[in-house]
Ligand binder design. Structure first.
Ligand code: HEC
Length: 191
């Protein structure tokens, strides 16, 4: 995935006293600039949206020769997106928004020690969402974004929007998911 290489190393997602810090400078958020082409600004409230699914992405870094890419990714939806996914109704209604949060995957020594102690010999390994890499948004507005399947796309690293060249790649690459209104991620089963 080409876009991965274009994002730099982000800042750690901080957790203080059990409260996730997701706004303000502590997590390097919005400077108010709108993303190119679609004009979407950083959506401040997205950490409160609900979980659609999670993914893991591995491969090679494009920017760093020989560098390995290992990411954990979460897809969250606002109420309109979640309702559409649960009901299985397509296309998504105007106002539906999806956020894709990308982190570097980091092995958790503390978890691993506890797991090894509790379940000796199984070799259990745990990892977690480490440094934030970037966040990507899809915002549904069938009139405004008619030329791109009704979706506006935006990518932010440390609250700063990515380049125009980066944003030109979003919609074309989402074509394979056309039958699902250009959204790849499916609603994860409830355990
Ligand atoms: C190289 C192809 C490719 C490009 C370019 C691309 N995407 Fe995606 N996108 C995917 C795939 C595949 C997934 C699902 C797998 C994943 O999340 O890693 C995805 C997932 C997403 C999701 C979660 C919803 C969904 O469709 O599953 C969002 C939001 C998203 N992309 C936004 C963007 C934005 C914004 C851009 C441009 C800045 C962009 N994408 C560029 C292929 C691409």
């Amino acid at each position: 995935m080409r876009r991965i290489a274009l994002v730099g190393v982000g800042v750690a997602v901080a957790a203080v006293a059990g409260v996730a810090v997701y706004m303000g400078s502590a997590s390097g958020q919005s400077n108010g600039d709108a993303a190119p082409i679609y004009g979407i600004k950083y959506l401040e409230g997205y950490r409160d949206w609900r979980l659609i699914s999670i993914k893991q992405l591995t491969g090679k870094q494009l920017t760093v020769a020989g560098g390995e890419l290992k990411q954990l990714r979460a897809q969250l939806g606002n109420d309109l997106a979640i309702m559409a996914l649960r009901d299985g109704t397509l296309p998504f209604p105007d106002g539906a928004m999806i956020a894709a949060l990308h982190w570097n995957e980091v092995s958790s020594d503390a978890d691993n020690q506890a797991l090894a102690a509790g379940f000796p010999g199984l070799g259990l390994k745990s990892s977690f969402a480490g440094d934030a890499v970037n966040v990507q948004f899809m915002v549904k507005d069938s009139k405004k974004y008619a030329a791109s399947g009704g979706w506006g796309f935006a990518d932010f690293t440390n609250g700063k929007p990515g380049s125009e060249a980066l944003h030109e790649k979003c919609f074309p690459c989402h074509q394979p998911a056309k039958d699902r209104d250009y959204v790849f991620t499916r609603y994860a089963p409830t355990p």
